[in-house]
Design a protein. Sequence first.
Length: 306
Amino acid sequence: MYLEEKGISRTKLRMIRLESRVRVWGAVFLALLFWVFIGVIVFNVDGPGYMMFTFATVLHFFLRFTHMESVNTERITAEDTLIGSEAEAEAAGASVFWRALHTVSRREGFLDENIVAIVRHDSDKQAWALKGEYHGVYGVMVTDWILEALDEKELEAVVSHEMAHITDVGSDLNALCVIDAIINASKSLSGAIPLASIILVGVWMLGYGDQPGDLMLLTLVNVCTFIFGFGWGHRLIAFIWREHEYMADAIGCGKMGLVWPMINALTKIVEPRPANTIANVIHYEPKKHTHPCLEDRMNHLLRIRK
């Protein structure tokens, strides 16, 4: 039994999607602004720092945008069960999952032969979206725990959420790639700047240039890139992942026309923990902070009701 549904407000859903997109690309803008700030400093300092900056920028942006699949870390293993037909679903005891997946996939315009169901045999409370260009197949993977704990409507809500990652939210993968490239470039630069500083000291000892001022600027660059590369950059990544989860929740429920099946599923799946406040995010834990807390996700879903 679900509480009375009031329906989905399409206007509210569009506004929430717009707000989320603004926040995601606002985070990207801040990261790019930081990197421009670092570049301006480095290019105004004598020595090889500007070459290191240019090399780190080109290298890591090239690597990130030519290996975007590494952002999608989940992989199918030999132990997972791939289901491509009703008969295979029945044999695996996953008929409800198969029906839910194909109800959603047909709504999204996928042909039956282009979508697969995957069951992972463990007790984790997990579900994943698999995009064809990164994993070889389009599909949704769930664990045995999900199959046993959720009813058909709740399972459809989870599948709808995962399909939203494939069809709608995945377009923001570029935002993750930009920030990840800046994180890796920051790590490289924070390791290379001390070498540039040593070279500057050697030149200074030979009596050339205004090295004391340059050394102070390089020290500032080193500190800033270290903090961003090993700390706050990852918090921006976690922020974007959380926005993706909010949007997948809202889009999935919007396409179902129902909110409460997803809320009920979340109450079973999401472990209770404090909200993602600034104080909590300072003590960063990747697995915890890439997904919003239960209360935040429920509040976002309730916003799209009429």
